[in-house]
Design a protein. Structure first.
Lengths: 445, 511
């Protein structure tokens, strides 16, 4: 059955590639034009359509992974999680318990532990879909294995932490496209109805020609873990992965990539270069910065100011602003004219008492899985890997600009041999220095 | 009346119908015959019935387009004509006319197959659309990481890249032009001879033979006395370019220069002593620690192009690699080796002459550029005894024994391979430079000067004053690594270098 369905996808892939052209154009260079008509926008669904049972395996069974797995089974009928892979037994146990509490046991023989656990999971023939939710350092090899094993993919953002990883994702994305493997990524704003409707307005000219943008993710400090006795170097770093650049890519990737992705989406291109600052004042562990401020140059005078910070007690907020010749928008639900009057507003659904609400009926985290299942079951091909790789690389370009103090161009970062982390991934001592990057040169005295 | 008219008209109509039908039938016959003719003249057998290069059939049968696991054969016209519906007939007519002309009016013994094999010429007879007609998926699941990078690069640079830039050996197999990493290159030593333990001791400023300690390699250095000369070419020199002027008087201090271009023997001694397998560790050359020069990574393809190594000039290394070689050689010998400055190079090349060449002759007479020269071959007897260039090279490097030296006793200054200088290139360098003693060129720039022309050059470009420069981006076009190699050019086969050794004042004082 599985093979039969796949064959159908391959045929449809050709037709769907027209829709993909929007995303593909970014790489081929035609994407420099503003998108005239919104094509290839994700469908807004109330649920995935019924169809052949889809069995999924989860790679990376931590907090977000378990969340993604629950989102997946909530997306529609006949969706199952049948296998888990993680480097830690306790993460597997917690995830299995969670699913057992829903009355959805995951067989013990399908649970794998270790750095090669993902390979064992993907070797299971009846698995149709894999959910990739480990720290992003590992995403490229997991994605490649998934496509090689012809599994449809949901993968979390960011999709890599360095240029080598990005090129791997871009290549694997094309391999997936060639054989009709569907790929959805966790850039959920692209699946949010309010964002999509606002995008349609902007694409139809509601704010005129885009002249500038701002993207920001300023928040309190995020979680970290102090080293516990008995943990070797590798175990400590992976348990505290959110604070090591080689594992998380720093928070300009980990979280801010959402905002960067929205600006790339609305402007229809990626920046040509970046200059930026950053630093570390209050972080407790790891080697990352706790703030970045980047000027992304999109060419022809169009700039986007990107800022992100993780420090307690500061002015916080998250979002995007895109300004045009005839108005501006928060990208999410409102369009203003240049005098600040609201020109258009997204209408959220009303609750059962007919009172207005501020939220969508289906959370975007579930909507993206509905999209994946819909694509698999109806043959409407989807592949978001390239667009998310482009946005991740944009963030890497910004991070490198801040770390080095130099202007970083797109060409340089795309072709860089940057490959973060130890050359051998195994538990035990790790011979690496974790110096916080200092931009520029010291004063010569 | 009416009736008659009608019959006449119908008779006329009838005959018209007959003519019409006859026409249709004739057309059909013509089309069928035409189609037959086109099919017949498009078979492999038909191609090979005239095509006079006997090796083409054999190399095709050894190539992956014939000798493959799937058993699919790719026929002559599937690569050498545009695909059907995409210019097929047009290209058939074009090549047909050219082939008929060649068959009747040319002597096949004169064809230079070596030159035609080079990617820049192969492009003219292989159609990109034809490659892509069959190869519709550039990203098969089985593609390697390097392959993925290369195809990614191709999709971003379709204007400047063609499939055959990398896959040149797939239609006609040639083991020397395979596009792949050559990890065995230069690693295996084939013979054991006397290994030098000490470098040459030099006490006087005169010619000497250097020994590279720890190897069996030696080479001759020629003592070039310092002096004043006119650098550049005068406005009335035939076939000169603007960047060769204005002529200015320049003084250079005494120096030694290699009698010949650095040979494969010399370069491989360096490669074997320093090469690194990973590319990232090879990035930085330590200048402080003398024992830690890091050398080249494995090359891409066969850097010697299969022409042989030994005393042929080493080629395809980058300017950067040539510099590291000089640093390494300096450490090994305790002397100061470096690349020549452009002023030193021209001084050494001229050997006291101020004419276009260091021998007698007019560039216009030697040059084969222009329509008339294509018919009336230039007289090359004099130039060919001194210079390996387009007309006598068979498109490959030659051993130094093939030519006579210049007045200083130096060989191949002009021709054979173009040589790196230490200067940055700038077209108006002579105009702007005010330094008249040992000038070193512009303070900054992107590309470096190369001098002397090569086995690919016309007589015009092997003149003593002719200038050229490195073209880093183009010369690395098909290197699939990201970032590209800093050690080897993937797309330049006619550049090499020559070393200069600076004498210290003690040596110079002893006459």
């Amino acid at each position: 059955m599985k093979n039969f369905d796949r064959r159908k996808f391959i045929k449809k892939a050709a037709a769907a590639s027209i829709g993909l052209a929007g995303a593909g154009a970014i790489m081929t260079g035609c994407g420099r034009k503003k998108i005239a008509e919104p094509a290839g926008l994700p469908p807004i669904l109330n649920g995935a359509p019924p169809g052949k049972k889809l069995r999924a395996g989860l790679v990376g069974a931590g907090g977000r992974g378990t969340g993604a797995a629950i989102n997946f089974i909530s997306a529609g009928p006949d969706l199952e999680i049948i296998a888990l892979a993680d480097v830690f037994q306790d993460k597997i146990d917690a995830c299995r318990e969670r699913f057992a509490s829903f009355g959805l046991p995951i067989p013990a023989e399908n649970c794998f532990v270790g750095f090669d656990a993902y390979k064992k999971l993907m070797a299971i023939d009846e698995i149709d879909v894999v959910l990739l939710a480990t720290p992003p350092k590992f995403r490229p090899e997991h994605f490649l294995e998934a496509v090689t094993r012809t599994k449809h993919v949901f993968m979390e953002k960011p999709v890599a932490v360095d240029s080598t990883g990005i090129r791997s994702i871009l290549t694997t994305a094309k391999k997936a496209e060639a054989i009709g493997i569907n790929v959805v990524t966790g850039t959920q704003r692209r699946h949010q109805e309010d964002y999509i409707e606002t995008y349609k307005q902007v694409a139809a000219g509601a704010i005129g020609r885009i002249t500038s943008a701002k993207a920001y993710w300023n928040q309190d400090h995020v979680w970290f873990r102090l080293r516990e006795p008995g943990w070797n170097d590798m175990e400590y770093m992976i348990r505290n992965w959110n604070n090591f650049c080689w594992l998380s890519g720093d928070h300009i990737l980990d979280t801010h990539v959402h905002n960067i992705d929205v600006v790339n989406w609305f402007t229809g291109k990626h920046p040509e270069s970046a200059i930026g600052y950053g630093g570390r004042h209050r972080r407790v562990t790891g080697d990352q910065y706790d703030f970045f401020s980047i000027d992304f140059n999109y060419g022809n005078g169009l700039s986007s100011h990107s800022m992100c910070r993780q420090i307690d007690g500061c002015a916080n907020g998250t979002g995007e602003i895109v300004v045009g010749t005839e108005g501006y928008t928060n990208c999410q639900n409102i369009i203003w004219d240049l005098d600040g009057n609201i020109k258009w507003k997204f209408e959220y659904p009303r609750d059962e008492n007919n009172n207005p609400t501020n939220s969508l009926k289906i959370p975007a985290y579930v909507q993206e899985h509905m999209h994946l299942v819909w694509a698999i079951r109806t043959g409407n091909y989807v592949n978001e890997a390239e667009q998310t790789a482009i946005s991740t690389l944009t963030a890497i370009m910004g991070r490198t600009a801040a770390y080095t103090g130099r202007m970083i161009t797109w060409d340089e970062i795309l072709k860089s041999d940057m490959n973060l982390g130890p050359s051998k991934i195994e538990f035990g001592p790790v011979d690496m220095k974790f110096e916080v990057p200092i931009p520029g040169l010291p004063v010569q005295i | 009346m009416n009736k008659i008219k009608i019959t006449r008209q119908s008779k006329k109509k009838k005959s018209f119908v007959w003519i019409f039908f006859a026409g249709v039938i004739a057309c059909i016959i013509l089309i069928i015959l035409g189609d037959k003719a086109i099919s017949y003249t498009s078979t492999d057998e038909y191609c090979m019935s005239c095509h006079v290069h006997p090796h083409a059939e054999q190399s095709w049968k050894l190539s992956t387009h014939y000798n493959n696991s799937s058993g699919v054969k790719t026929h002559c016209i599937e690569c050498h004509l545009a695909p059907k519906g995409k210019g097929y007939l047009l290209t058939k007519v074009k090549h047909g006319i050219k082939d008929i002309y060649g068959y009747w009016f040319k002597d096949s013994a004169d064809f230079n197959w070596e030159a035609k094999k080079l990617p820049e010429n192969a492009k003219k007879i292989v159609y990109e659309e034809s490659c892509l007609e069959c190869h519709t998926n550039l990203f098969p699941v089985t593609l390697s990481e390097d392959g993925g990078n290369a195809h990614l690069f191709y999709t971003l640079n379709k204007e400047s890249l063609q499939c055959i830039n990398c896959h040149i050996d797939v239609g006609h197999f040639d083991k020397n032009i395979k596009h792949a990493k050559d990890t065995t290159f230069g690693v295996i030593k084939t013979e054991t001879a006397i290994v030098y333990t000490e470098p040459a001791k030099v006490e006087k400023f005169e010619n000497f033979t250097e020994h590279i300690p720890g190897t069996e390699v030696s080479f001759n250095m020629i003592a070039v006395p310092g002096g004043k000369y006119n650098m550049g070419s005068p406005d009335d020199e035939p076939l000169r370019e603007d960047d060769e002027g204005p002529v200015r008087e320049v003084t250079v201090s005494p120096f030694w220069i290699g009698e010949v271009e650095v040979t494969w023997d010399e370069y491989l001694a360096f490669f074997q002593a320093t090469s690194s397998q990973g590319r990232t560790e090879g990035q930085i050359v330590t200048t402080k620690k003398v024992d830690a020069v890091t050398g080249p990574t494995p090359p891409w393809g066969a850097p010697d192009q299969g022409w042989g190594k030994g005393s042929r000039p080493a080629i395809t290394m980058t300017w950067y690699a040539a510099n590291v070689y000089c640093k390494w050689l300096s450490q090994k010998t305790g002397k100061y080796y470096r690349l020549p400055t452009e002023a030193e190079w021209e001084y050494a090349c001229r050997g006291g002459s101020s004419t276009p060449y260091f021998f007698e002759g007019n560039p216009k007479k030697f040059s084969s550029e222009g329509f008339v020269k294509k018919i009336f071959k230039p007289d090359t007897a004099v130039i060919a005894s001194y210079v390996i260039y387009k007309e006598n090279s068979n498109y490959r490097t030659a051993e130094p024994s093939a030519v006579k030296p210049n007045p200083f006793g130096i060989k191949n200054m002009s021709g054979n391979v173009a040589e790196f200088c230490s200067d940055y290139y700038s077209a108006d360098a002579y105009k702007n430079d005010t330094v008249s003693i040992n000038p070193r060129g512009p303070l900054e720039g992107k590309e470096r000067v190369i001098r002397g022309g090569s086995f690919k050059s016309d007589a015009k470009d092997v003149r003593s004053a002719a200038r050229d420069f490195t073209k880093t981006d183009i010369w690395l076009m098909t290197d699939p690594q990201m970032p590209k190699s800093i050690w080897w050019y993937s797309d330049c086969i006619d550049v090499g270098f020559r070393v200069v050794c600076e004498p210290d004042s003690l040596v110079l004082s002893k006459k």
